[in-house]
Design a protein around this ligand. Structure first.
Ligand code: GTB
Length: 216
């Protein structure tokens, strides 16, 4: 039996690959592992059946035999540890790749999400115009540092790894803000990730869900 992940039945991002099931799909595609998808509505995500899999009532979840998991970082690490292709074999290089996974989720993602949430939900607040540049600056500090680290390299540390996979998905969240346009090194890095055949397959699969939902 292939693993089963959950994803939005009706993703609010209209199939732009922003929902976090995209990371897990991409990781599974990179390692050549077929998977099933169970689509859930917002109501189903908050019902006891789904809460038994995900205590916060979110997507994605991952079920594989007797393993049931939530949290995309943990799921991608689990996939990477059990298959070839997403983590180097050398112990030091492997540790560094895992550090980049955590950096993507703990250092880059929080300010990026905070900026995204502010532009989405706080536009009408009296303090919005004052707060926005502060949030943008926090993102730019990290992008400056990441861009400097990447320099002319294709990937964060040698060959493509689960660290790059997570980092690219995190940076893609900046799409709407146009900030990435000021960082050609990072724009090219994201484009390199998006050009990978496994990314394309994962993207097309989640887009097909949205296309089918809008047709029906
Ligand atoms: N830390 C968890 C992880 O990495 O697995 C976060 C999981 C998470 O945030 N899941 C979101 C969810 O289920 C979907 S991905 N939300 C429903 C809820 O909390 O009730 C976040 C997301 C949603 C929508 C867009 N979008 O429309 O662009 C992008 C990302």
């Amino acid at each position: 039996m292939p693993p089963t992940i959950t994803a939005f039945a009706n993703s609010p991002d209209r199939g732009r690959g922003q929902a976090r099931d995209m990371r897990v799909r991409w990781a599974l595609e990179e390692v050549g592992q077929p998977y099933d998808v169970r689509l859930v509505s917002f109501e189903e995500m908050k019902a006891p059946g789904h809460l038994a899999l995900h205590p916060f009532g979110q997507i994605p979840t991952f079920e594989d035999g007797d393993v049931t998991m939530f949290e995309t970082g943990a799921i991608v690490l689990h996939i990477a540890e059990r298959n070839d292709g997403l983590l180097p074999k050398d112990a030091s290089a492997r540790a560094r790749a895992i550090a980049w996974m955590f950096a993507a989720l703990n250092t880059l993602e929080p300010p990026i999400i905070e900026l995204g949430m502010a532009t989405l939900l706080e536009r009408d607040e009296s303090w919005y115009e004052e707060r926005l540049p502060i949030l943008r600056d926090r993102v730019c500090v990290r992008l400056d540092e990441l861009s400097r680290h990447l320099g002319g390299a294709d990937w964060l540390d040698g060959a493509f790894s689960a660290g790059d996979l997570l980092m690219v998905t995190v940076l893609r969240r900046l799409g709407a803000s146009r900030i990435l346009g000021d960082y050609p090194t990072l724009s090219s890095y994201v484009a390199r990730g998006e050009a990978r055949p496994a990314f394309r397959r994962a993207f097309d699969a989640q887009l097909a869900v949205f296309t089918a939902a809008s047709a029906g």
